[in-house]
Design a protein around this ligand. Structure first.
Ligand code: FAD
Length: 531
């Protein structure tokens, strides 16, 4: 009997899901086991919690994702709850801070909003689903244009990307027209205001079923599909170590968090897609320590504001009837406040920024009834400029073998600082945000720079490179240098300075990595049949 390839995937976010799906589709007798440290939240594994209509159920799902800060789950498992220290930043719902302030928390004074999600589906059970394509210098310099475009196309299909979401919204159209009036003359063709591509499936009632790892897994979680027979998802299963002999991995050691039992899982290929902090931490804990591991951390400095749409300007571009229609459509799906999504994408040389403009009937914060522009009939936009952080060795996460974190891993210290040129770009982006807000209406929340880590887009800590020169962790096919059967995935692979939301790009990189890994496994199998 010939050997059937066995694959271990660590992490159930969209990147782990893409590897699982592509490997099973291309290797007809392979088996994939996916290990996820967090719990399954929804009956469909990895579904976006934004699709949960019941507010209490949605809140519970978000709480369960909050790792060391998840109350009910940790009590159920008999684990102690990390105390929340007064004065700390509050994590976005569905996430937990790296530096949560309790025993075993990471040290991240210079990156205080750095966060993670611990649940089936990873952060993509909570994400906003914005999926723009990287452009200009955001792209990977050593992947040729035709191949890159094809990879992005496959990634868009895996994530169910819609490039014209809410394009029929009259209010959304009016917002684009006002932004065009302000900016179009100074932006290159094709890079002006447009609808923001998002991952999801439009529904007949005009709402969106938002995409998570569930759509990426596709047939793998359809019990009727033969692919599902070769796929196992194990939640509450913490991978503690990658087993290896220095050049080849042999499997993973896994702790079942329900029983506390530890076992070894043998594998021909291990894919680590456990986010940009915990993947390098797992490699480090396993004695796999390339010089660049954890370093070259980048994210997006983010400046945000909220603007009440100007009634007079809007009324010139959309009718009262169209607004009524829009409000009626919104009323059918009150749990999901986003109604139209626009953007101005990254372009060079003059607009190395990514502007996201989310139209909503209400502000994301309560307003006093007598505050100016409270209860604005035309609604509001929440706007954010994402900016670049250039990769530098000194920004990153390091691990301390002498101090264990709350999970028993070498604890993390995150170092992050903005340089004068980044401060200058932030000032430029903030000025653009003021212009955009001024074109649309009246600020009800002034532009403000969020604390470092707020973007939730953490990149560079396992960057890919052309050569094993100490400035990268993985080769151009996402294999860790020095190992041919250890693959890493996620935003951590992105080596460039970007402003766009990174998940689509990381799925495209994963498509390339999965194809190479599948060919390699198929070739080694042929060799074992015909030595
Ligand atoms: P993750 O989704 O982070 O999944 C990693 C998984 O690995 C986690 O579930 C974790 O529990 C698990 N894990 C970690 N360690 C271990 C271990 N040792 N053993 C087993 N399992 C382990 N991105 C965009 O592109 N567009 C957006 O609009 C956007 N909006 C966002 C909004 C929010 C509120 C959040 C939280 C994120 C957002 N993001 C957005 C980021 C996006 O969700 C991530 O880029 C994406 O989920 C990364 O996928 P991943 O598979 O690499 O990692």
């Amino acid at each position: 009997m010939t050997h059937q390839p066995t694959i271990a995937v660590v992490g159930s976010g969209p990147i782990g899901a893409a590897y699982a799906r592509l490997l099973l589709e291309s290797l007809p007798d392979a088996r994939v086991t996916m290990f996820e440290a967090g719990p399954q939240l929804t009956s469909t594994p990895g579904e976006s919690v934004r699709n949960i209509a019941d507010p209490d159920e949605k809140k519970r799902a978000r709480d369960l994702s909050q790792g060391p800060q998840a109350g009910s789950l940790r009590e159920e498992l008999g684990l102690s709850l990390a105390p929340v220290v007064e004065g700390m930043f509050t994590a976005r719902e569905g996430t937990h801070l790296l530096d949560f302030g309790g025993a075993g928390s990471a040290h991240a004074e210079t990156f205080p909003a750095g966060a993670a999600s611990t649940n089936v589906g990873g952060m993509a059970a909570h994400w906003t689903c914005a999926t723009p394509r990287p452009a200009f210098s955001e792209k990977i310099p050593f992947i040729g244009e035709p191949e890159w475009n094809e990879l992005i196309g496959v990634a868009e299909k895996l994530l169910h990307v819609q490039s014209a979401a809410f394009a029929d919204s009259a209010v959304g159209g009016a917002i684009r027209t006002l932004l065009e009036g302000e900016f179009a003359a100074e932006l290159p063709d094709g890079y002006g205001p447009s609808t923001l591509p998002v991952a999801g499936d439009p529904q007949p009632d005009g709402s969106m079923r938002w995409a998570g790892s569930d759509v990426v897994l596709g047939e793998l979680i359809d019990p009727e599909s033969p692919l599902a027979q070769r796929f196992t998802l194990r939640d509450l299963s913490l991978v503690r170590r990658i087993e290896h002999d220095g050049t080849r991995v042999t499997g993973v050691t896994v702790e079942d968090l329900r029983t506390g039992q530890t076992s070894t899982f043998e594998a021909d290929l291990v894919v680590v897609a456990a986010d940009a902090f915990r993947s390098p931490q797992l490699l480090w804990a396993s004695g796999i320590r390339p010089r660049a591991l954890g370093h070259y951390l980048t994210e997006h400095p983010v400046v945000i504001s909220t603007v009440a749409l100007d009634a007079e300007r809007m009324a010139r571009l959309a009718t009262e009837e169209q607004l009524d229609e829009e409000l009626a459509r919104r009323a059918t799906n009150p749990v999901d406040p986003v109604a139209a999504v626009n953007r101005i994408p990254f372009s060079e040389p003059d607009h190395p920024f990514s502007l996201q403009v989310m139209y909503s009937e209400t502000t994301p914060f309560p307003m006093a009834p007598d505050a100016p522009y409270a209860d604005n009939r035309w609604g509001y936009v929440n706007m954010g400029y994402g900016m670049r952080k250039q990769p530098r060795y000194e920004d990153g996460v390091t691990f301390d073998d002498g101090e264990l974190d709350y999970r028993g891993f070498p604890n993390m210290t995150v170092q992050h600082a903005l340089t004068p040129s980044e401060d200058a770009e932030i000032a430029q982006g903030t000025a653009l945000l003021r212009r955009a807000g001024g074109a649309l209406g009246h600020f009800v929340a002034e532009p403000r720079l969020l604390p470092a880590g707020s973007s939730l887009h953490y990149m560079g800590t396992m960057r890919m490179g052309l050569a094993d020169d100490g400035a990268s962790v993985a080769d151009p096919w996402s294999r860790v240098w020095g190992f041919d059967n250890l693959v890493v995935g996620g935003n951590a692979l992105i080596p460039t300075a970007t402003a766009m939301n990174p998940t689509l790009m990381s799925v495209a990189i994963a498509v390339r990595g999965a194809r190479a890994a599948a060919s390699q496994l198929a070739a080694s199998r042929l060799e074992s049949v015909n030595p």
